[in-house]
Design a protein around this ligand. Structure first.
Ligand code: ADP
Length: 447
């Protein structure tokens, strides 16, 4: 097992990784930018290193600064968290060349699944159905029109390097296809320095359902059931739950097996997620692989009792998986709420600033994953997540009651947050009945 790990991240995930390290008796090295001197996890680290000014490109994305910190602090491994360098194949190679273990999949696997066009081919090889669409990248307007007419409108133009819902456009006819094709390419070029796009059938009113997988370096792969992440705004997740309220056992098993086949085909090791969309008829289609730990991992941890971050660390150190598929018996129902510093009444505009009052919720069935404390200032430079509230109860109905109770107890003053939206969602009959899709928030709560 590792003696010392560097955590190449900030915020709640840096704290989460640190907690896993402490429980494994591993020393931690925390890094921070100039804007992050007051991060909670810095107080708990064995060593802290400043890696640069506030902008991420100069700090959390600054590979030379991170490698220098890792060398100086003499670590054996780096945990990237999510975002930042977590899916950067080049960073993995640099770590490797410096004899530092990257806690995540190999550079080859990250590069392969990071290209969504290549990932669609991979799924096909693993006998996993993707959303009907183009065979590969779509290079010209004419080619786009040909594909769109063949599969039928509406279609979705997506960036091959996409993430965070960027570089994605819906087209309902030839005219919006041409506009969407060019604007998706331009957005993809700006965001990812790669204008490549492809086309998928736009599945109407789908649910987003994903499978958590865990794989070691010895060929063992298991899945840990699903998460339903249909509650989104602008194709970005706000609330996740497990199990999915509408999935039958046969579909659940088929999805789990598909995810494992895909992971094997990609030579996957570490924790990862295979994402699907589920149409109104109950058919599921592969959309992408996230080759990292995800924001919503606690939902799976609660229902399975598996500490995913600790398992990632063990697998990276070369240990074989300690769990077999039959050991995974999910129990109860978990829901996660992303408490972001955003104003849901004003189109989710960011609301950074000082948290004047913070009273976190607690009590039975409540987990609070957060780096925030009273007096902490949410900096404007990074993502807006302040906390993740996770509830776990025996049934979905009880989880909803616990969530209402927890949100009622929680007080955050000084910044706007997404909490008031969740209070409304928890009262909405469609949500209570489990009848939501990816446009639920826009349909009922868009302002
Ligand atoms: P990103 O990597 O940018 O997050 P994804 O491929 O994971 O992009 O898709 C994000 C979200 O966009 C999904 O959760 C879903 O809501 C929506 N989406 C993606 N593909 C389709 C599709 N073919 N039809 C309908 N909605 C889709």
């Amino acid at each position: 097992m590792f003696r010392r790990i560097l955590i190449a991240n900030r915020g709640e995930i840096a704290l989460r990784v640190m907690r896993a390290c402490k429980e494994l008796d591993i020393e931690t090295v925390a890094v921070y930018s100039d804007a992050d001197r007051d991060q909670l996890h810095l107080r708990l680290a064995d060593e802290t290193v400043c890696i640069g000014p506030a902008p991420s490109v100069d700090s959390y994305l600054n590979i030379p600064a991170l490698i220098a910190a890792a060398e100086i602090a003499d670590v054996e491994a780096v945990h990237p968290g999510y975002g930042f360098l977590s899916e950067n194949a080049h960073f993995v190679e640099v770590c490797q060349s410096c004899d530092i273990t990257f806690i995540g999949p190999s550079a080859e696997t990250i590069a392969l699944v990071g290209d969504k066009v290549a990932a669609r081919d991979l799924a096909k090889r693993a006998n996993v159905a993707g959303v009907p669409g183009s065979d590969g990248p779509v290079e010209t307007e004419a080619e786009a029109a040909e594909v769109a007419r063949a599969i039928g409108y509406p279609v979705l133009i997506k960036a091959a390097a996409g993430g965070g819902g960027r570089g994605m456009r819906v087209a309902t006819d030839d005219e919006s296809l041409v506009t969407g094709f060019h604007s998706a390419r331009a957005e993809a070029e700006t965001a990812f320095k790669n204008p490549t796009v492809y086309i998928e059938k736009y599945v109407e009113r789908p649910r987003h359902v994903e499978i958590q997988i865990l794989a070691d370096k010895h060929g063992n792969v298991v899945h840990l059931g699903e998460r339903d992440c249909s509650l989104q705004r602008r194709h970005q997740k706000l609330l996740e739950e497990s199990p999915c309220p509408v999935l039958d056992e046969a579909t659940r098993n088929a999805m789990g097996e598909a995810a494992v086949r895909l992971a094997r085909e990609a030579n996957y090791h570490s924790a990862g997620t295979v994402e699907f969309i589920l149409d109104q008829e109950g058919n599921f289609y592969f959309i992408e692989v996230n080759a990292r730990i995800q924001v919503e991992h606690p939902v799976t941890e609660e229902v399975t009792g598996v500490d995913l971050i600790q398992e990632m660390i063990r697998v990276a150190a070369g240990e074989p998986l300690r769990i077999r598929q039959e050991d995974i018996q999910p129990s109860g129902h978990a829901i996660e709420f992303r408490i972001n510093a955003e104003d849901p009444d004003h189109n989710f505009r960011p609301s950074p600033g000082r948290i004047e009052t913070l009273i976190p919720p607690a009590g039975p069935g409540v987990r609070w994953d957060s780096h925030a404390y009273q007096g902490y200032s949410v900096p404007p430079h990074y993502d807006s997540m302040v906390a993740k509230l996770i509830v776990h109860r025996a049934t979905r109905q009880e989880a909803i009651l616990a969530a209402r109770r927890a949100l009622h107890e929680m007080t955050i003053e000084g910044i706007a947050t997404t909490a008031p939206l969740f209070e409304k969602v928890l009262q909405h009959s469609d949500f209570i009945n489990g009848e939501i899709d990816t446009s639920f928030v826009e349909r009922y709560f868009a302002k």
